[in-house]
Design a protein around this ligand. Structure first.
Ligand code: SF4
Ligand code: SF4
Length: 227
């Protein structure tokens, strides 16, 4: 279970600044349980964006947005609506946003923050995708998470050690995450996203929020009692 919470509407509108139209993607997995990406939330967001003068070219709610192959298959049925949109707004956890970014040639915006629960992972295997940082920055990084794609988790650009697009830490197996971010923003003609404010993080949000801790397996770890 991956816990997500909707971002404030003003923050989402800030992402859409300068854009006229958007396609919305929701998730029937964990995001449905958290009420961040179920159909009702998607329709509510559609209405709010339209009230703000944005055209919503279409929407789609997918069973598990963290399953990249499934996302690709389902979005193919919405190709023309996606083509008609300036960008996509993805209403789910950070893994789902990245799965959508990996299969479309459009900018994606996160509509939610992923809350730390101590290590759940999605259905898109092969690599760590989201560190559940509680303040998703994928809007600024073309849908590629700098906390997981960059070996050092750097938030404000590359370390300077990359060579030929490979990470200096393990060049034989890892591409430089910031090279990937730059390449994708460049391809989408949105390098302006890189010139915004530096990414500042409140690292307290990388702990599960107090009110959720008592319900976690994580909490059992903290108990002193032994069997
Ligand atoms: S910025 Fe990365 S770690 Fe934070 S919520 Fe988004 S995908 Fe997850
Ligand atoms: S080379 Fe790139 S991915 Fe590797 S640590 Fe430096 S910035 Fe991060």
């Amino acid at each position: 279970m991956i816990v997500s919470q909707l971002k404030p509407l003003q923050e989402i509108l800030g992402y859409l600044n300068g854009e006229r139209s958007v396609f919305i993607v929701g998730c029937k997995g964990c995001a449905e349980v958290c009420h961040t990406g179920d159909e009702a939330q998607v329709l509510d967001m559609k209405q709010k964006l339209e009230q703000e003068g944005k055209a919503v070219t279409g929407y789609c709610v997918i069973d598990f947005l963290c399953d990249k192959a499934l996302v690709k298959m389902r979005l193919m049925a919405h190709q023309s609506e996606i083509q008609a949109a300036d960008s996509l707004l993805v209403m789910t956890c950070g893994i789902g946003v990245q799965a959508v970014a990996a299969v479309v040639n459009k900018l994606v915006h996160p509509a939610a923050n992923t809350i730390n629960m101590g290590g759940s992972r999605g259905e898109w295997r092969g690599a760590e995708r989201c560190r559940e940082c509680g303040d998703c920055v994928l809007d600024m990084t073309a849908g590629i998470c700098p906390l997981t794609a960059c070996t050092k988790g750097l938030l404000n650009g590359p370390c300077g050690g990359a060579k030929d697009g490979r990470c200096e830490v393990e060049p034989e197996v890892r591409e430089c995450g910031w090279h990937l971010i730059y390449e994708r923003l460049n391809k989408l003609g949105r390098l302006d996203k890189m010139t915004g404010r530096p990414v500042l993080k409140d690292y307290r949000k990388m702990m599960p929020p107090k009110e959720l801790r008592s319900t976690l397996m994580w909490a059992l770890e903290q108990q002193e009692t032994k069997v």
